[in-house]
Design a protein. Structure first.
Length: 80
């Protein structure tokens, strides 16, 4: 997941690669009985720990990108 998030940030929002990772992660979470809320907490923790995110000067850009990732994660979780 970290690799996919870093690639997403490095490539200006490369959604297809991130979506594939989110699909797999969401399916595994559902199979293990992990609730969507728990999955989002883990995702946000990973996001916040990324050096690329910490280096962002604009918090509004960081928030915008995170919101897109969270939205994709929710869609993938409930589409399965």
């Amino acid at each position: 997941m970290r690799i996919a998030l870093r690639s997403y940030l490095a490539n200006g929002g490369d959604e297809p690669a991130l979506c594939a990772t989110l699909t797999a992660m969401s399916a595994e979470a559902r199979d293990r009985g992990v609730r969507a809320e728990q999955l989002l907490v883990v995702l946000k923790e990973m996001w916040s720990a990324l050096p690329e995110v910490r280096a962002m000067n604009e918090s509004s850009e960081q928030l915008r990108l995170l919101q897109r990732v969270v939205t994709m994660c929710i869609k993938e979780y409930y589409s399965g």
